[in-house]
Write a protein that binds this ligand. Sequence first.
Ligand SMILES: [Zn+2]
Ligand SMILES: [Zn+2]
Length: 347
Amino acid sequence: MAVQVFDFGISLFEHLFDPKKRLFIGYLIAALGIAFFWLLISKKLTIRLALRKIFDRKVFFSTSSRADFKVFLINRAFTLFISPLLLTQLVVATFIFNLLLKVDWGTWSFALAPSKAVVVASFTFCVFVLDDFTKYIVHRWMHKWPLLWSLHKVHHSASHLTPITIYRTHPLEGILFSLRSAFTQGISIAVFFYLFGNQVDLFTVLGANVLVFVFNVAGSNLRHSHIGIQYWRWLEYILISPAQHQLHHSIATEHYDKNFGATLALWDWLFGSLHHSIETEGLALGVEDDTSEAAHGLYALYVLPLVEMANYLTKKTKELKAAIWRVAHRLRWRAKPGLKNRIKSSS
Ligand SMILES: [Zn+2]
Ligand SMILES: [Zn+2]
């Protein structure tokens, strides 16, 4: 037991001191600096007012934010327990790599010999882009498919956003995203190793993919915050601004199913879900059908999604049974005249 408690403590500690994690202290300080200067320069606030705005007690001590913190702690404990059972990128990579070795490409030749720098740069870029694209796809599914929306609603039930809100997710959504990551990274690793062998490497800064590092230093944590930084209109076609993600959390129906992108807004632009940012001051956040205090309770965050999923599956099973019964009934009626004819001709 003592070992588990120690591991749990380490895993919490890691979040603040590992540059591969979103809540790395360096990224939080960078976000703080960006928010501070944006309020000073763009919003013309005084230093005192800017600091008061950033450290708004109404946001950080809200029922919603306290629930975020509880979910963060519970989910870390759950991850510690479940992660040894999950599929890793190494398993996926090994499987696909072995599959590629068995394929007979015929006259096709992959005799590419780019320099190590080109291989490392393309691998770093491809991993980042593919990872971001699959995040977009899975996030879109989470909104469009009622079964997954029951889970994703947990993230959207937050009525205030803080950097910890990114971890306000149902554990099943966490598993789904971890599988997505294993597949995406596993496929990239296998294909690149197959093509370029030992030349493959990731361009990292403090152990993190350089592009992820840059994105995080550029204030990724402000997407889940009350600081509504807007980018230039042209840039919001390429990168998701903090205000664009805050709009994704808006309760207003005109903002539903907009801005699914994690880092790149390109996917939203390409697939018609882009919405440019608006002034987010006073924007109501949450889920329309549940804005009560109960939405931040452990029952709503952990159990209710499972109940809703079970209800949905029961309803769909009933509909499927009814559809099968209708088809079978129609076939029986059609089969009857044929049967009659056969009886007549044999007599
Ligand atoms: Zn969402
Ligand atoms: Zn969010």
